[in-house]
Design a protein around this ligand. Structure first.
Ligand SMILES: *Cc1c(COP(=O)(O)O)cnc(C)c1O
Length: 397
């Protein structure tokens, strides 16, 4: 499988060689506990500090504003938990119908009565056909009980980016906390939290070329915080648990590399994505782009092939060693069409045939050419064996 063409970087990314190298000593001789009093353990602490500084630098934040977590999901849960725990009189959350399950499943669970906590009201904002939220609707949803607005920065399925700065301005004006799930945005678009009205932000290591199982939550200085995981004094009492030093060092190096690669993301990766997208739309009949054509991550394209099953396309791409995904990784395995595409009003027949390609700096023009060579015949073949597809296409002509 050495020659796979990996176009599923929104699901997870390859660990960068530099990241592997940076973490290696901490899997070997440097195994101490950074909280230990002895020199052997203590020497490790400064590597944790410098990793935190690197993460902070990528975000335009202060190292003291970065809490290391185990993943993006934990960061999202911690942000929502904290906003509710620190404002017990506010029992309303605003989010969107297109969030990652890390936010949406928790928000929905909070609306259910449970013996150990009060239950909450949740407003799930809809999106338009291009996947964009309406800011007037957002503002109208805020009331005296609103504890938190939690909206993603960039959508994992379509790459559509919400206008976080404007959303933050509304939240500030109305005195409501803003959390953003920026797991897909971090490392792909420049972020400067020192100039943005964002109170909390989630990121995940394995979406930016660090290993799985490490993430971070930015909490703006002065924002009250109640930890989700209580235990030892780690992370300044904001997240218990002995620091995973190798993974933290890895995240730091990944953040450093992401900063260095930002320009390439914006130019080279975007150009490859555009070539792939335009090539597919030009050659495959009845193919349509899902999501806003401009307000989008540079690495993502989501295309519907009407009257074809996305799973069938994926299987045939897989035979050529090409990795992509249909819907999000979390919903694949079930035949439910993606909740994101449904929220956008994408018709059932198109939502079922949607494929997401998500690129990284490791992709090459040769790989894109290969996909453009093999995909159109796959679509034609699948349409031919689907009587429904044949009929519909004939009728459309
Ligand atoms: C992947 C992802 C997450 C979850 O991150 P994990 O580290 O896998 O828990 C959350 N939100 C978005 C938008 C994602 O793409």
């Amino acid at each position: 499988m050495s020659k796979v063409i990996y176009l599923d970087n929104n699901a997870t990314t390859a660990v960068a060689p530099e990241v592997r190298q940076a973490m290696d000593p901490f899997l070997g001789d440097l195994y101490g506990n950074p909280s230990s009093m002895h020199t052997f353990g203590g020497q490790v602490a400064r590597h944790v500090d410098s990793a935190r500084e690197r993460v902070a630098r990528l975000l335009g934040a202060d190292p003291g504003e970065i809490i290391i977590t185990s993943c993006g999901t934990e960061s999202d849960n911690a942000a929502i938990h904290s906003a509710l725990a620190t404002q017990p009189n506010r029992r309303h959350i605003i989010t969107t119908r297109v969030e990652h399950p890390a936010v949406l499943a928790l928000a929905r669970a909070l609306t259910q009565a449970a013996p150990d906590r009060p239950h909450y009201r949740v407003t799930e904002l809809g999106v338009d056909a291009q996947g964009m939220i309406n800011l007037k609707e957002l503002e109208a949803a805020i009331d005296d009980e609103t504890a938190l607005v939690s909206v993603m920065w960039a959508n994992n399925e379509t790459g559509v980016m919400f206008p976080i700065e404007e959303i933050g301005a509304i939240c500030r004006r109305r005195g409501v906390l803003l959390h953003t799930d920026a797991v897909q945005a971090v490392g792909k678009v420049p972020i400067n939290l020192s100039k943005l009205p964002v109170d909390m932000l989630s990121l995940s290591g394995h979406k930016l070329h660090a290993p799985k199982g490490i993430g971070a939550l930015y909490v703006r200085r002065g924002t009250r915080f109640a930890p989700l995981i209580v235990g030892g004094h780690q992370e300044h009492n904001r997240r218990g648990g002995t620091e995973s030093v190798p993974l933290i060092v890895a995240l730091g190096m990944a953040a450093e590399l992401a900063g260095r690669n930002m320009q390439a993301e914006q130019t080279r990766v975007r150009a490859l994505r555009d070539r792939l997208e335009q090539g597919i739309l030009a050659t495959a009949p009845a193919a349509v782009l899902n999501g806003h054509p401009e307000k989008r991550l540079p690495n993502t394209t989501n295309i519907s092939f009407e009257y074809v099953e996305g799973e069938a396309i994926l299987l045939m791409l897989d035979q050529h060693g090409i990795c992509a995904s249909s819907g999000s990784a979390c919903t694949s395995g079930s035949l439910e069409p993606s909740h994101v595409l449904r929220a956008m009003g994408v018709p059932f027949t198109a939502a079922h045939g949607s494929i997401r390609f998500s690129l990284s700096v490791y992709n090459t023009p040769e790989e894109i050419d290969k996909v453009l060579a093999v995909l159109p015949p796959i679509i034609r073949r699948l349409r031919e064996i689907s009587p429904f597809g044949r009929e519909k296409l004939a009728a459309a002509k």
